[in-house]
Every structure is written in C-alpha cells, then in structure tokens.
Design a protein around this ligand. Structure first.
Ligand code: GTP
Ligand code: MG
Length: 138
C-alpha cells in the first residue's frame, strides 16, 4: 500500500468543509493515518511550494496558503497517490469531473480546496515535511 500527503486548504477550512472532504477520501477507500490542523507562515508555505517559485502565481499561492488554517494529512491505500488525485479532480474547478472534491467545493484555480502529492518521491518528501514517523498510525 502507498501513502500520499494531502492538504485541506484555507478556502475549505474557512467554509467548515473538512468533514465533507474527508468523507470523500474515506468513501474512495483511502485511510487517514495522520492528520493535524496547523496555520502555515508564508515562509513555510513558500518552502512547501518551492517547485513553483518561478511561476507567476507563486506569491499569491503562498499568501493564500498562509491566509488561514489548513489540515495536513497522510492518506494510505492501494495506489493512494493516483486515487487521491482522482478524488480531488483537475486543478481548475472548471475542468474537474463531476463528483470530485474540486468540482463540488473549489472556488477558483488558486483557491481549490485541496492539495495532493503528484508522485512517490514528492509524497515521501511532503510527508516528512509535516510529520514525524511516529505520528503515522496505520
Ligand atoms: P496541488 O495538489 O495543490 O499541487 O495542485 P495541482 O497539482 O493540481 O496543481 P499544480 O501543482 O500545478 O499547482 C499547485 C497549486 O498552485 C494549485 O493547486 C493552485 O492552488 C495553484 N495554482 C495553479 N495554477 C494557478 C493559477 O493559474 N493561478 C493561481 N492563482 N493559482 C494557481
Ligand atoms: Mg501539484
């Protein structure tokens, strides 16, 4: 089984959607094996999204991710990385398939309710950015 890092973003915590989003993960067979609510500083958000540093939306993205609490979580399951991205839907809610988290909840391409790791190597790095090994309870 595989693990991936998920973040419920500030637009979603603000609208009290964490339970509805977690239900989508669990309904898809993903298990939440670690979870905590934190408020990132802009610097911490910037480090997390460092790979996007040269993109025009980077500053806006970091401001947004530090604008309110987030829920960081580790999801576990068969093919968890791909499964999570399927449940999330496309980055831009205009393109997300019906029934996906972003189709139902995202407000815009930037304020799109959730993050999910995109590959095994990034999942490993992103999980260790937020969690110590003993915080993961399978
Ligand atoms: P993540 O799971 O958050 O990484 O989303 P993703 O993998 O579907 O998208 P990507 O990695 O390409 O972009 C990372 C994040 O940057 C997105 O989730 C958005 O929050 C934000 N983002 C991407 N494109 C735009 C854009 O055109 N404008 C703004 N404001 N934000 C964007
Ligand atoms: Mg991404």
């Amino acid at each position: 089984t595989e693990r991936t890092l998920s973040i419920i973003k500030p637009d979603a915590t603000k609208r009290n959607l964490t339970g509805k989003i977690n239900a989508k993960f669990e309904d898809a067979g993903l298990r939440i094996v670690a979870q905590k609510r934190i408020h990132l500083t802009k610097a911490q958000a910037g480090k997390f999204y460092e790979v996007h540093a040269s993109r025009p939306f980077y500053d806006e993205l970091c401001e947004f991710m530090a604008s309110g609490p987030v829920v960081v979580q580790v999801l576990e399951g068969e093919g968890a990385i791909a499964k999570n991205r399927e449940v999330m839907g496309a980055t831009n809610p205009k393109d997300s398939a019906a029934g996906t988290i972003r189709a139902e909840f995202a407000e815009s391409v930037g304020e799109n309710s959730v993050h999910g790791s995109d590959a095994p190597e990034t999942a490993k790095d992103e999980i260790s950015y937020f969690f110590a090994g003993m915080e993961l309870v399978g």
